[in-house]
Design a protein around this ligand. Structure first.
Ligand SMILES: Cc1cc2nc3c(=O)[nH]c(=O)nc-3n(C[C@H](O)[C@H](O)[C@H](O)COP(=O)(O)OP(=O)(O)OC[C@H]3O[C@@H](n4cnc5c(N)ncnc54)[C@H](O)[C@@H]3O)c2cc1C
Length: 286
């Protein structure tokens, strides 16, 4: 079944509260879009995604165009209150291989064009592959690229701002094309620094050195430069690993960790152990 053939299930209405571009005007556009959901049955936990339904008619006759987006904030709504849901959306384009024309992605452009006050139909929230451990002495290793930072921001808000007293070590390994593409960690927007506790948190960012180098290569650089930090934590029995963003992110991690572990087999065995112990989770998309 393709993404376009989904049955929507429960849907509700959200109103755009804010839309802010968080990348500089040159380069890729990524916006933080805050939706206000005034529906008592809609509640979410950190790590979940929602669906955004674009009104039709659609070019290829599909009934719906629904795409998933990670929730980028912690849930602070009380019982019965309206909740805010932050999304981090990259405005996508694709080039038609036959005629070479550049077309806008439907849902990402719909969301990035939406203005405060606009109404949007959402579905979900969907079950999260990410389970935050309840034990606050657990170590968290977050590895991602691009908009994969969204669920990590929600986790960081949850454990430091709302929960407080997180004792485990928290590490973020992140790859971006340039310094300004570091989402929530660039010169214009250092949002994540507002939440974490410096005693337990460290971020290691890798940047692509060349124009055509992808975010996955930038992540590989961040992991390679800090391999002993990553490997030291990943080997510990109370470490939980979270992987988010582009599908290629996983290959970057596998490559660096196979070297750190001494062989691809040794890394595969540790990864299988972490999966079996439910200490490994991933949310990857193309
Ligand atoms: C679990 C999950 C979480 C996600 N979280 C986020 C997030 O937090 N932030 C975020 O920005 N994105 C996220 N995504 C990606 C998001 O769901 C969308 O896939 C993305 O925004 C593009 O959707 P779109 O409707 O704009 O593009 P679409 O219109 O669906 O086009 C997307 C791609 O489809 C292909 N395509 C479509 N039509 C054609 C055609 N006619 N010819 C050739 N190629 C075509 C192209 O490769 C194009 O790039 C997530 C995805 C998943 C599965």
């Amino acid at each position: 079944m393709s993404e376009n053939d989904v049955e929507l299930g429960a849907a509700c209405e959200a109103v755009v509260k804010e839309s802010t571009r968080i990348t500089p005007s040159q380069g890729d556009e990524v916006r933080q879009i805050v939706l206000r959901v005034n529906e008592p049955s809609f509640r979410f936990v950190e790590g979940q995604t929602i669906g955004v339904v674009v009104p039709g008619p659609h070019e290829f006759g599909n009934k719906y165009h629904m795409r998933r987006y990670s929730i980028a904030n912690a849930n602070i709504g009380g019982r019965g209150e309206a909740v805010d849901v932050s999304l981090l959306v990259r405005r996508c384009f694709y080039v038609d291989e036959v005629n070479g024309e550049r077309y806008p992605g439907v849902a990402s452009n719909f969301l990035c064009n939406a203005a405060p006050g606009d109404k949007i139909t959402i579905t979900g929230p969907y079950r999260s592959p990410f389970q935050m451990p309840v034990d606050s002495s657990a170590n968290l290793v977050m590895i991602g690229t691009g908009t994969g930072i969204a669920p990590f921001r929600a986790f960081i808000q949850r454990i430091y701002e709302q929960k407080g007293g997180w004792q485990g070590q928290v590490r973020l390994f992140y790859g971006a094309k340039s310094g300004m593409d570091l989402l929530y960690m660039n010169d214009q927007n250092e949002d994540i620094a507002n939440y974490y506790d410096e005693a337990t948190f460290k971020a290691f960012n890798g940047l692509a050195g060349k124009p055509l180098m992808g975010e996955d290569k930038a992540l590989e650089r961040s992991l390679t430069d800090n391999a002993s930090e990553a490997w030291g934590l990943i080997q510990q029995p109370n470490t939980y690993l979270f992987l988010a963003g582009l599908k290629k992110t996983e290959s970057a991690l596998d490559k660096v960790m196979a070297t750190a572990a001494g062989s691809a087999e040794a890394w595969k065995a540790l990864k299988a152990k972490m999966i079996a112990e439910e200490r490994w989770s991933e949310l990857l998309y193309s």
